[in-house]
Design a protein around this ligand. Structure first.
Ligand code: SF4
Length: 279
């Protein structure tokens, strides 16, 4: 993901390996990649110049070729009991996403978005009614966590739980979601344990897609964190009323290694012939 000028790389978009690769190309060892990574996700620095321990040449190179994207707060609203704050965060292209911070003692939770809008179109959901605008990049998903972590740090608290339950369907933006999860769970950075991450998926699984590749993705997501599938089960008992009926095109299979394939259906039992009478 690049900035408006299409020149600068957002550091939040890079995985730990990609960052090390980039620095190696500039002639810096993995030790410096560790410093930059720790500055980004432990110290939560706002600019490359704020990172400590970097050689001046590396600082100049980072400032010239990279950026750290921040999400501007457009508005925020508190719940009546004061335990929840919802942020409307602005992206570089002018779009806005919602991120929610829930203050529970010892288990502060962030609810983050994975898309601008949503293609699923659940009728009870305002995001579903606004339609799909675009996918978020891994860096834009991670930046929401950084924003929440900064707010909590000012209060002397620490983020514990993450739910991918904001705007968008995580499976629809699978690649960026998985890349963001890798960054969020990295033990040298934010170090959020997988068991504290919950990913809420579109209610019609299985059924929204009958593709093996999607099942493989779902399984990987499940292995990575707790994927809450079909958690709106009570609503899904009346499909079509609350959620759109499963359509093969609901979740595009991208990139799908195999052609779409129907699930195995057992053959119907053949009618038994009446026993033949002996002559
Ligand atoms: S999948 Fe989630 S975000 Fe998308 S329309 Fe349904 S409830 Fe809203």
């Amino acid at each position: 993901m690049s900035s408006d000028e299409g020149q600068l790389t957002n550091l939040y978009d890079l995985s730990r390996a990609q960052l090390a690769e980039r620095l190696a190309a500039w002639g810096f060892s993995d030790y410096y990649a560790g410093l930059v990574w720790s500055g980004l996700y432990r110290d939560l620095v706002a600019a490359p110049a704020d990172m400590v321990g970097l050689r001046p040449e590396l600082g100049r190179q980072l400032a010239a070729e990279t950026t750290i994207d921040h999400l501007a707060i457009r508005s925020s609203i508190d719940s009546v009991d004061g335990h929840t704050r919802k942020y409307l965060l602005g992206l570089r292209d002018g779009a806005a996403i919602e991120t929610v911070l829930m203050y529970f003692r010892g288990r502060a939770t962030a609810c983050v978005s994975t898309q601008v809008g949503c293609a699923m179109g659940c009728v009870f959901c305002a995001t579903g009614q606004m339609g799909f605008r675009r996918h978020l990049s891994p860096g834009e998903i991670v930046a929401q966590i950084i924003h929440v972590q900064r707010v909590l740090r000012q209060r002397g608290e620490q983020l514990r739980n993450i739910v991918l339950m904001g705007m968008g369907e995580p499976l629809h933006n699978y690649d960026a979601t998985m890349a963001a999860l890798d960054t969020i769970m990295d033990h040298r950075g934010l170090a959020i344990a997988p068991r504290f991450i919950t990913c809420l998926l579109y209610t019609s699984w299985p059924g929204a897609s009958d593709c093996w590749a999607c099942w493989w993705r779902l399984w990987r997501l499940w292995a990575q964190c707790s994927a809450a599938v079909g958690s709106r089960a009570t609503l899904s008992q009346s499909p079509g009323r609350w959620t759109p009926r499963p359509r093969p095109s609901s979740i595009p299979c991208r990139p799908c290694p195999r052609p779409r394939r129907r699930f195995y259906r057992p053959p119907r039992p053949r009618p038994r012939r009446p026993p033949t009478r002996p002559c």
